[in-house]
Design a protein around this ligand. Structure first.
Ligand SMILES: NC(=O)c1ccc[n+]([C@@H]2O[C@H](COP(=O)([O-])OP(=O)(O)OC[C@H]3O[C@@H](n4cnc5c(N)ncnc54)[C@H](O)[C@@H]3O)[C@@H](O)[C@H]2O)c1
Length: 291
């Protein structure tokens, strides 16, 4: 029996794309699945698909940017399955793209509220439930390859995904004592509808006409790149493979390795120069004060 069997996973943005692929893969491991998504119609479709594949599923409508709605998901999950062992903070939107001059505050706020605060609330509400039973568990945050290094013309998305990587690193230390493993999934392009994220953008975050025009141009390009990506079904299976091996950083695109290596090398070279600076010799070998 796998280490996942009989345990319960809550998956945000589970109605389609990467979230649904993770739900399917975890369902195949005999986990109970709580699918939570803002899109009621696709949520129902995904629920039926998973159920007919033999999984135990609960579907709950959720806007991840609303903390109170996470509480409802928690209550429904406990009511149905008794315990929660895993939260997959997957829901995310591709927003806030374009040149620096065209940045729009509302697009940024939407991207921050969904991609970053959605992850914060998901952990804030679900981690206490995982701690409660003392059996340990998992927090899986879906960031992006964009969280591993700055992507031009993608400010809000890059900033939120980088924040999700940083949060995952922070939480992995914080939650170690509770035997909760934290992983961060960093895919490059996957064939989903992320380029149509605007479909889930609430009215209060709508921007002015100029910003929308910029976003339209960049979303056509994003669509082309996403369509050349890998199939979503691979991602769910890869997540199970990586979790089984206790991986913290989960990659799905090994071909991006040279780019990330270049970034790491540039950072290391910058440390090397700092270590040689006459201004800093007094702290080169100083002991570290870390939490
Ligand atoms: N597709 C890619 O190329 C790619 C690459 C790297 C990272 N990602 C990340 O993967 C995650 C999933 O994206 P995807 O590619 O499957 O996109 P998608 O648009 O196909 O699916 C996103 C799902 O999240 C739901 N959702 C959107 N806003 C929500 C909200 N406020 N509350 C709850 N649910 C919401 C949507 O209804 C949809 O079911 C995102 O975090 C995204 O940033 C995607």
């Amino acid at each position: 029996m796998s280490q996942f069997a009989g345990k319960t996973a809550v998956i945000s943005g589970g109605a389609e794309g990467i979230g649904l692929s993770i739900a399917k893969a975890l369902g195949e491991q005999k986990m109970n699945i709580v699918l939570a998504d803002i899109d009621e119609i696709n949520l129902e479709k995904a629920y039926l698909e998973l159920e007919s594949a033999g999984a135990s599923v609960l579907a709950v409508v959720l806007n991840v940017a609303e903390e109170a709605q996470w509480q409802e998901v928690a209550e429904r999950a406990i009511e149905r399955f008794g315990k929660v062992h895993m939260v997959v903070n997957n829901a995310g939107v591709g927003g806030g793209s374009g040149p620096i001059e065209g940045q729009d505050a509302k697009a940024w706020q939407w991207t921050i509220d969904v991609n970053l605060m959605g992850v914060v609330y998901g952990a804030k509400v679900m981690v206490p439930l995982i701690k409660q039973h003392g059996e340990g568990g998992w927090v899986i945050n879906v960031a992006s390859m964009a969280g591993m290094g700055g992507v031009p013309y993608s400010g809000a998305y890059t900033a939120t995904k980088t924040a999700v990587v940083a949060l995952s690193e922070s939480w992995s230390v914080e939650l170690k004592q509770a035997d909760i493993k934290v992983s961060v999934l960093c895919p490059a392009f996957v064939q989903t509808r992320i380029y149509e994220s605007q479909r889930n953008r609430p009215d209060r975050y709508q921007s002015d006409a100029v910003a929308e025009a910029d976003d339209g141009a960049s979303s056509t390009k994003a669509k082309e790149m996403v369509e050349r990506g890998i199939e979503p079904s691979i991602v769910g299976k890869r997540v199970v493979e990586a979790l089984s091996q206790g991986e913290m950083y989960i990659f799905t695109h090994p071909n991006y390795r040279p780019i990330i290596q270049q970034r790491s090398a540039a950072i290391d070279a910058a440390f090397e120069r700092a270590a040689k600076s006459p201004l800093l010799q007094h702290i080169v070998n100083q002991e570290l004060d870390m939490l």
